[in-house]
Design a protein around this ligand. Sequence first.
Ligand SMILES: NC(=O)c1ccc[n+]([C@@H]2O[C@H](COP(=O)([O-])OP(=O)(O)OC[C@H]3O[C@@H](n4cnc5c(N)ncnc54)[C@H](O)[C@@H]3O)[C@@H](O)[C@H]2O)c1
Length: 343
Amino acid sequence: MGAGRIRLGLIGCGGIVRSVHARAYLAASDAATVVAIADPDAEGRAAAATLLAVPADGSYENCEDMLAGVDLDAVCIATPHHLHRQHAVAAASAGVDIISEKPMSATLEEADAIIAAVRAAGVRYTVVHNLLWSNAMREGIRLARGEQFGDVTWGRAQSVFRKAEGLDARDWRATRSAGGGCAIDTAYHEIYCVEALVGSPVARVEGRVRTVKFDIDVDDLALMLLEHEDGSVSTVTSTWCAPSFGTEAGRWCEVHGTRSSVRVYHRDSDPLHVATAAGGWQATPLASADDPMGHIAFFGAAFAALRSGDALPVTMSDARRNLAIIEAAREATAARKAVEVGK
Ligand SMILES: NC(=O)c1ccc[n+]([C@@H]2O[C@H](COP(=O)([O-])OP(=O)(O)OC[C@H]3O[C@@H](n4cnc5c(N)ncnc54)[C@H](O)[C@@H]3O)[C@@H](O)[C@H]2O)c1
């Protein structure tokens, strides 16, 4: 792709696009412009078109018509998980670069079909691992590699939320056929965060991924014990059915070293804390705690890489491994033993 502004098409204009991505696109308007959108939901489409000033002739009910009707450089896929393969393969076949919301797809088999289509078409592809791009995470990772930290001993990450009492199969996230579940939808982020803080890829997984509360056919609790390639260990706790209160609730991740510890809360007030032997946990100032979920920085980096040809923020193999860890945790639940990732 040349140095011109990226002509971007959106596949899916739902909650995350309108509440979060739109801000990131507007912040990166020097690098990319949303010229077309595709979503069968007319109301959502109209709201996104207004937010992003998309021309009337750029609004489509489905991605195939958008890809055939508009000259695009790249698409962003933000649809339910079971549609990611269809949409990524269609975009690749149209010769368009792809930024996909997580996960790559609902299954590893579908992820492999995407990888094959991307390679065959020679397009570029990345997945939104946004939390790695917040200032707090970037500084936390830097501190965890520093001399003051010592050697990594272990890590942990959690997302503890209470979903509405009425969570049921009307929500695609709570439906197996749509690729839903707490592990793939929510714990997904905790896995890449703790892996980045520990600084070593996950090699094997023990887990209990279960439905403990809601009347749904996917998990609402995901407990994982991860063993990293360098021998260190970490845990991931993720649930849709626990009260969210106090400092232990919500979403955070931490890593412990022989000299100090680092914890990142994914929020905009005091997100980064460091603990040393001399004192307890102390909030550590950051130049800016704006963009606490990292979307603005992620999309800025992705657009810059698409324009320059430099490496994209998240590789296909990183995104595939995250999905493989989730599949391994499900398999470990059934087998009641540790499972090698990707085997
Ligand atoms: N990175 C993050 O922080 C984050 C946060 C939330 C959601 N997500 C991801 O974003 C994606 C979308 O999630 P959401 O919360 O916006 O869901 P959502 O249900 O709010 O939106 C999904 C949208 O896809 C549209 N859609 C359905 N079928 C379609 C089709 N065939 N073609 C085009 N559009 C279609 C729906 O009409 C809807 O507008 C998921 O992959 C989810 O995991 C990521």
